[in-house]
Structures are given as C-alpha cells and as structure tokens.
Design a binder for this molecule. Structure first.
Ligand code: BG6
Length: 342
C-alpha cells in the first residue's frame, strides 16, 4: 500500500501501469490469468472488480489459456499474476495475448523478472522475497493489490468520492486487523493439533470467500499432503456432501450480511451428518450455539478486504497441521517455488 493512495484519499495510485484514465475508459473487459495460488488471487480480483467497478472479468488458468485460443473482446486488458515472474505457463499466456495484440499488465513480486520485463506495465507487490515453496505473503499482497486495483478502476467509473474514502480507510486498517488475527495463533495451533489426524478436509465459502476456500484447501494439500477440496458452500449438496463423515472435517468461511443464513443452513446440513466444523467467522456474527466445533474469529472490516483477513487463519491452520504431522513446511515434497519448464 505504501505511497499508493491518491492525494485526495479517495482512490489508489499506480505508477507502473503506463495507461491513462482515458485508456481505462476504453476498456470494457479484463482477462486475468495465472497458476497455482496466483489463480486464486485472480478469482478474488474478478469478484472485486465486478462488484465495485462493474466491469466484466474473465479468469483462466494460464496453462489452459495458452492453448485454448479463446475468442477475446477487442477492448480487453490482459493481466497476469506471478510471484516469481518466471512461471513458464504464465509467461506463455502473456506472450500469446501479446501476439494477439493485447496490452498485458503483470502483478509481480520479483523485480526485473521475465514476466515483469515482457509486460506492457504492471504493479509490483513489494512483499519482499518469498522463500517457502507454498505461497503465503505473496498471496495476501496479491489480494491487497487486487482490492486497490478494483478501487482504482471503480473511482474512474461510478464509485463516489465518499465511498472511495471509506474504501481507502478500510484498506489502511488491514495491518492492524491482521495483527489481531495473528494473536490467535495459539488458539489456531490447538485446533490444528486436534485435527492433524484427519486425512480429508472440505473448505467451503461463498462469493469472494470461495477462492479463499480453494486456497485453504491448496495450502493444506501443499504442505501437509492431506486431501482437501474447496467448494462454493451451496455447491456442497450437489456432490461433495457425500464425503461428509466424522472423519472429514469442514472448514466454513462464514460471511456477514445477506448470505449468513444460507451458510448457516449449509453448516446444519454437515452437522446433521455428524461432520466436524471449523468456522472462520466475523467477530460480530452470532453463530447458533453448538453448530461449529471450533470457531476462529476475524475482525469486522470493509467488504473488499474480507478475503485477506480470512486467508490468514487458514494459512496458520495448515502450517500448524503440517508441523504436527512432521512435514517439511518450507520444502514440501514434489513442489518447486517456480515451475520454469513445461
Ligand atoms: C508453484 C508454487 O510452483 O507455482 C506456488 O509452488 C505458486 O506457490 C505457483 O502459486 C505459481 O507461481 P508464481 O511465482 O507464478 O506465482
């Protein structure tokens, strides 16, 4: 965030996009592509840009996009997300889009990386070097940049000055709110030690929390080798609920607002089948007593930063489960920090 807010405090500011507000006026669609954890960040960017800027967004796996020959809108702006800036499928997707004459932006952590150099502009993450193979701080910084970019475009479209100021203050308190979640690490560690014996997990969330359910499942897979799947919570009853048993815990992301009751009823479906529930819920929401076996609270916050706050508990949960199972958290088996060969 540092140095990236407009002087009037109602929007974000990015110096590396090389595009004017007039250029942005012409854009009627964004296409985001990436691999691994970066792809989950693309899904959050999609949700936030469509929610706040009302511009349609397409998301594609880079490895699919490079061969899919997708018909794209003429006035689309192309984005790739890559922590390392060297992932071969993402680089190829960028080259494919450029071959078709699209302007390509990159959200990247490694300064001077191939993807950063070959893009037409972009946003550096400034997350510092990420050493662990499984992405953690690079993901939360990609979510922060996605939230700031959605604001940036929204203020160029129909978002009011007042809503922009409220959004900016919602972003600026994130470090403090994350600090409060980190103080719950001992509580999350205790839960992890109790649940480390299970070999199957479901992660369930809705709207901007669905990609976080995917990321929570990926983190657990990557570093503890537990089979885990992420789903939109309502999708559960169309199949995944068959997995539910006392041996397959479910991690629920409980939203505040309109979908709260719907997610509570999904949780009741799991409870009715003796499934264990770990709930990640806002401090202000009143969960029915006894519905969740474990509750991890996240502070109430601006809608655009909920995905960031919800990510930290599942990163910690997968970390402590992996440690409890004696896994090498930094160098998990079969994985590389950046996949540079196809
Ligand atoms: C994998 C990493 O190799 O590549 C993941 O283990 C990462 O953590 C993915 O999300 C994509 O990498 P990058 O650097 O392009 O974001």
């Amino acid at each position: 965030m540092r140095g990236r807010f407009s002087a009037d405090g109602s929007s974000a500011n990015f110096g590396g996009l090389n595009l004017t507000s007039v250029d942005f006026r012409m854009i009627d669609r964004f296409v985001f592509t990436s691999c691994g954890t970066g792809w989950h960040a693309c899904l959050v960017a999609e949700h936030l840009i469509e929610r706040f800027a009302r511009i349609p967004v397409e998301v594609d796996y880079a490895s699919e996009f490079r061969y899919r020959n997708a018909p794209l809108d003429r006035d689309a702006l192309f984005f790739v997300i890559s922590q390392s800036g060297e992932t071969i499928d993402t680089l190829a997707a960028l080259r494919e889009a450029k071959r078709k004459g699209y302007k390509c932006m990159a959200i990247c952590n490694v300064v001077g990386s191939t993807i950063a150099r070959e893009s037409d502009g972009g946003i550096y993450q400034h997350a510092g070097p990420e050493v662990g193979v499984a992405s953690t701080k690079a993901f939360t910084s990609q979510l922060m940049i996605s939230a700031m970019f959605a604001l940036y475009v929204a203020r160029m479209r129909d978002m009011s000055f007042a809503d922009g100021v409220e959004y900016v203050s919602g972003l600026k308190v994130v470090p403090k709110l994350v600090e409060r979640i980190l103080q719950q690490a001992p509580h999350i560690r205790e839960i992890a030690i109790r649940y480390a014996k299970y070999n199957d997990f479901l992660f369930l969330g809705r709207l901007s929390l669905f990609p976080i359910a995917l990321e929570g499942a990926l983190k657990l897979k990557e570093i503890s080798y537990i089979h885990a799947e992420g789903y939109p919570a309502a999708e559960m009853k169309h199949g995944p609920i068959a997995l539910v048993s006392p041996e397959c815990p479910s991690v629920f992301f409980v939203p505040s607002g309109d979908l709260f009751n719907k997610v509570v009823s999904s949780m009741q479906e799991i409870k009715a089948r003796n499934g264990l529930i770990i709930a990640i819920a806002p401090e202000s929401c009143d969960l029915p007593t006894g519905l969740a076996d474990e509750v991890i609270r996240i502070p109430d916050c601006h809608e655009a930063v909920v995905p960031i706050l919800a990510t930290v508990p599942v990163q910690l949960l997968s970390y402590y489960i992996a440690v409890a199972r004696g896994c090498d958290v930094d160098k998990p088996r079969n994985l590389a920090k950046s996949v540079t060969v196809e």
